[in-house]
Design a protein around this ligand. Structure first.
Ligand SMILES: [Zn+2]
Length: 444
């Protein structure tokens, strides 16, 4: 009996219990549209790990990232502790090319249509991404459609200008109608909270609102008896240049809030949460947990600097992007900072992606993005990847100054060492807070 137990203990010791951990891929079977994949995870000290015939090279803290080419079809990856060793685990990764068929523009003579839902996005280009939004049209806005490309319909604005809406958001008009409307005057209403400019039209019409050099350029199309059938107005905005626009029952309302820049309300947004883990790090940390810890540290730091701070979540719960935006609007947040950690697509090499980047969408948020980016990279000692413009839902609204921070890459072994250091959260909180301080100094 003793012998058997001894033997059992010996066998158990030989088993690779916790010798390594693979954080990604999380599934043993996967189909990808790219011709590459990475494995990230950790290896315990003194242990060896092989993936097929490649020996894993962990960094000092044990984290690693290895990349592999994929052949079309099935690719098998066997994880072992020595070359040609016994299989610990097996991954089957299928690479299947997707055919990107770019369909041509189908042009036709004008077809009268109307929107069937609210908030139909009018876009500069027929793409469901990028910086191409011109305005948001309410239900029952009359439009003239002159072509179709992929899932988009082309909207006639004037002889020199077209825009695009999703075809599923419109239906053809059943009767012969005039798509043009008339301008019926404008007014201004002011109170303690906002100046509201109202432009009256006989019905809902397509419009665009563009912020450029502290000015708001408002254009309404298909307006009768106007040059090029368009109505135009320009408003000069004051810092921090926030505004909101709504077309309803033929009224285009542009509200310019009066914001308190001496004690602005700051909303901290810990990315992901609950059922949505976000990225996974080499050491199997979940982005949602890291973001929440960073957010709490940032709240502490900002409060110590006497700021008025709120959080979109302060526990591990799921909050939709829409709810994060609505919360910030309802609470009249002036500054919105979303905290995230970065990852890379499965086909990229995690070893070459490291550092900090800060995103903005509206041009007036760029100053805050630059200020946070500069101070955060200084505080963390990370590579400065610069500020970038991107269409993320939480930073798109124009009612507040919004940025999204990607502090470090969770799958880059060098960045892992940074986020695993014990003062990481403190450094994030100081970097972002210094950025907010500097932004407000420059604005005032
Ligand atoms: Zn994220």
């Amino acid at each position: 009996m003793k012998k058997i137990i001894l033997l059992l203990i010996t066998v158990l010791n030989l088993l690779p219990v916790n010798a390594y951990e693979i954080a990604f891929p999380q599934e043993k079977e996967l189909t990808l549209p790219y011709n590459g994949i990475f494995f990230v995870g950790k290896v315990n000290k003194k242990e060896n790990l092989w993936i097929n015939d490649v020996k894993v090279q962990p960094t000092k803290n044990g984290s690693f990232a290895s990349t592999f080419q994929l052949n079309p079809g099935e690719n098998i990856f066997v994880v072992t502790n020595r070359k040609n060793g016994d299989e610990f685990s097996k991954y089957t990764i299928n690479y299947s090319k997707t055919n990107n068929v770019d369909s041509k523009l189908l042009e036709f003579s004008t077809q009268d249509c109307k929107t069937v839902v609210d908030n139909v996005i009018l876009r500069k280009t027929p793409e469901d991404f990028g910086i191409n939004r011109l305005g948001y049209l309410p239900k029952n806005t009359d439009l003239q459609i002159t072509g179709i490309q992929n899932e988009f319909s082309r909207v006639y604005l004037n002889p020199n200008l077209s825009a695009w809406v999703l075809s599923k958001d419109i239906i053809p008009e059943q009767r012969e109608i005039a798509t043009v409307g008339e301008f019926r005057g404008e007014s201004i209403n002011s109170d303690n909270f906002a100046d509201v400019y109202t432009y009256k039209f006989s019905k809902n019409l397509p419009y665009s609102v563009i912020f450029d050099k502290n000015m708001l350029d408002i254009t309404v199309y298909n307006v009768e008896n106007r040059t090029d059938e368009k109505f135009n107005s320009k408003l000069s905005l004051k810092p921090p240049y926030c505004y909101s626009v709504k077309m309803k029952d033929g009224d285009l309302n542009v509200s310019v809030p009066k914001m308190n820049l001496n004690n602005p309300k700051i909303i901290i947004d810990a990315g992901h949460g609950g059922k949505e883990p976000g990225a996974v790090g080499c050491m199997s940390d979940l982005e949602k947990d890291m973001n929440l810890k960073a957010a709490k540290a940032l709240r502490r730091e900002l409060k110590s600097r006497n700021y008025n701070v709120l959080m979109t979540r302060n526990s591990d719960k799921y909050v939709s992007l829409k709810d994060r935006v609505n919360y910030t609007r309802d609470k009249k947040g002036v500054i919105f900072v979303s905290l995230h950690m970065n990852s890379v697509p499965e086909s990229a090499d995690p070893n070459t992606h490291k550092g900090t980047e800060t995103y903005y969408y509206n041009d007036f948020s760029k100053l805050l993005a630059s200020s946070i980016q500069g101070n955060l990279t200084k505080s963390l000692g990370t590579r400065d990847n610069g500020v970038k413009q991107a269409s993320f839902a939480v930073i798109r609204p124009t009612e507040y100054v919004g940025v999204l921070v990607e502090t470090v890459f969770m799958v880059n072994p060098e960045d892992v060492a940074i986020y695993k250091s014990k003062d990481y959260f403190k450094k994030v909180s100081i970097g972002v807070s210094d950025g907010v301080d500097k932004y407000l100094q420059e604005l005032n």
